[in-house]
Design a protein around this ligand. Sequence first.
Ligand SMILES: [Zn+2]
Length: 468
Amino acid sequence: MQIHVEVVIEGQRERQRIATIQRSSDLAAVDGLGLTLAESKDLLERLQATLVREHAADLVAANSSCGGCAQPLARKGASSIVYRTAFGKLSLRCPRLYSQCRCGARHCGGESFNPLAMHLAQRTHPELLYLQARWASAMSYERAAKLLGDVLPLGAAPGSSSIKAHVRAAGQALATEAEEHGEHFFAQQPLKFPDSPTEPAAHVLELDAAYVRAIPERCGGRSTFGIVTGRLIKPEGASGWHAYVIDETINSLTQLHGFLDRQGVALDTPMAIITDGGADVGTPTILPWRPVQVILDWFHISMRFEHILQRLRGLCNSAPKPSAMLLRYAESAKWRLWHGRADGSLKRLRAIQLRSEGALLVHVTELISYLNNNSSRLVNYGKRYRAGLPVSTSTAESAVESVIGDRFKKNRKMRWTHKGANALLHIRVADLNGELEEALKRRHWKRPRAANDDYLDWFDLDAWEAAA
Ligand SMILES: [Zn+2]
């Protein structure tokens, strides 16, 4: 038995046969009923080739005449464009046309132009780019290339170095977009510092930092570098993710405002920012323009208490009497801090400090100075907790876990450059925020231009529109 697959192109009299599928009734000769994976890939590749060629020819035809006199522009020659899709890589032959019409109108700058190349900002279909970006943000470039090779037709799957280059470029474009969005915000707003919200804020931003392994020779000799991750929790339960490499980011505040803006958080919305107060990683702890309450992460406080409590429990075995009393003091200090009574907590910690030595003394002294340095960020944690509001960044769904995942984990062998990690982080958060596919599509076509408007080559229409 044979099945011929033909396509009918509107306006053309001849059908085009794109494939013939054969089957015999010999049971030993076939694996099962229906298409094999290889046949389906082959079929899609052929169909895609026909579709892309026809679509490109249509675009060329629609953009080959003069906008002034409607006559076809004179042909100078031909050139080729390589276009990658999820169903195959195609070389598209296109005419080159003279930019200047006989009537005197100019179609664009330069002597000649390719009408297809003029509109294509990318030579990779956005869906193929999306697959590459999505997979490469969760696994190594090599593994992504291998898995894409399994599912895409032969020749459609890009190699790992090509994926790396594509994903890197897409991620950098997202990072630039994010930066520009933030700058646009700053250009519009006169500086102000609204009062902190008086009630516990329902919009919560958890900010945390992490370190990833660096390629020392490309990162100023350092073996790690810092990244900031954030998770926005909205009252309705939805989350938005945010991340960047500190060394690749000029202004973390512009990034943060741009992110909150894209997430639809109005400027006067009261917000709580939960952070561990780590100045070493540069998490922003003040946020001009927005009514913000900065909260010291309860997880980090409780970890420090835990060191002290553990040591005291150990001491209870060797010197039960004084240690049991100090243990009660420490438990009471933690309880008071939880209920927003920082003064009482510190009083008890100082009492322990006076009666301790060695490692215990170090832990207690560190905790006291940690709490003193962050005194304005201590809140009534119990009250927030009972209201169902977060008090810690270290949850199962934490930003660090969700954004970094396995891809950047420190125990993996993978090493990063600032640029490479920053690009991939922007891909990762765009994907988590459900914005990745749309963002890649947005960049596929260049802005359509009317004929005889070559001034648009240098004229910045966005700036003009913004100013007008
Ligand atoms: Zn003309």
